[in-house]
Design a binder for this molecule. Sequence first.
Ligand code: ADP
Length: 511
Amino acid sequence: MLTSRKIRATKVNIVYLTTEAVPFAKTGGLADVCGTLPSRVAALGHRAAIIMPAFRSVYQSHAGVEPTDISFAIPMSPRKLVGCRLLRGRLPSAHHVPVWFIDQPQYFDRDSLYGTATGDYPDNAERFAFFCRAAIQAMQRIGWNFDIVHCNDWQTGPIPSLLAADRDLSPALENHATFMTVHNLAYQGNFAKSAFEWLGLDWSHFNQNEFEFYDRVNFLKAGIAAADTITTVSPRYAKEIQTAEHGCGLEAVLENVADRVSGITNGIDQSIWNPETDTKLVANYDVKTWQEGKLANKKALQQQFGLEQSDDVPMIGLVGRLAEQKGWDLILPVLHWHLRENRPTQWIVLGSGDAHYERQLRELNEAHPNRFALHVGFNDMLAHRIEAGSDIFLMPSHYEPCGLNQLYSIRYGTVPIVTPTGGLADTVTDCDEQSLANRTATGFHLHTVTAQGLDDAIGRALYLRYHQPRLWAQIIDTGMCQDWSWKKSAMEYESLYAKTLALKSAAKRTE
Ligand code: ADP
């Protein structure tokens, strides 16, 4: 086994394949991770690059993206040759990390990344099969020798198999190992069998051990089955996905490769999410000044949204996708009870997604505009301001691979109330007698995953806030002093990269 010191002496080249990375394209936490992890790994002495599609938002990011003279074409079918060119930019927060974009306007220059409010784009299998195949071409033309090919989520799932099946790989990829990181197992890229054609592979790869899943083609399954190492974004979720409850049908596939599966908890990018320096806030603050700082941010939200002006009323915040996963079936009744019964709370919600949740939220907002603020859409500035101005942040997710918003809440002195699942259980310590006594409490867990359970957890939090303000402040202080930076997680990835390469070369020697 290699030690961490030996690993660092061995500099490795890593390419991150992803569809999202801040500040170029974002719909969720994948973008936060892929916009930061490469720079933190590079800071440990390695060489990191990113390859992603040139979505419309890439052009709109104004982050200095330039054309290159590298272009090529992929035969998507016998009669369809699709050309593309490479663009090049850099991570604004880490100029030494190049970002290569696959520019193919028909596939990627669209209003959104994956679909519209009415559903996914019907050609997603074709679009992302193209991205995988083009990314493999790009890796060979960039002029680096890649040791680690790090794939992220279903959109890049076919890459490990495509690489293994390719008999003409250039020396740039001769000794590579593959990583497949699952940021959310529920999204698998599960398509009709005919979509397999877009991958340009022989039909012999359409089998139970590779792409075939109940007579359909499953991009993520193929990635899990073929990658040298599989990771997910928290240790608890890594275990949960091997059970029927959270395995989304892939539990047996994951169990088969259990010795290659592990979890590394995400960090947060402190250059973006830090209440001391966050330029999106109306007032900055730290662990000593949060009382005044958070109040100033709360007042600004009250003013902006026409909420009742009150220093004391607790503000309950939520930011997230309007998707079943996030527990809106629990949140909506509780929100309704609080508003209807005129309980002393104020609510603010930022989200976009499923139309039926949006409609219910709009109805409640129209009925109670001075107690419930709503913004439907994606708004980064408001996400930061809600984290800073709220007293309590709700995340009653039914499952949560890691979750970033609860980490931002902890960092911003906003007490999270969470379901004890996946990364939420790994990162938020429930407040009870013992955790208060040993000063480890950072939030509240739902004791039953029901609307009543959520309301009870809010009740416990509010009781403490009103009746034991010192202990409430202790919870906030404990959280704000924790270190959730990427450094520790980056070092864990570094160890796993080295371990995977060592195992791979040992296996090669015995071949
Ligand atoms: P997931 O990846 O499942 O959506 P995470 O909590 O891991 O959930 O990450 C969500 C990320 O997306 C956070 O950075 C959060 O602030 C951001 N986000 C989610 N919805 C919105 C929105 N409507 N506006 C702005 N940011 C959002």
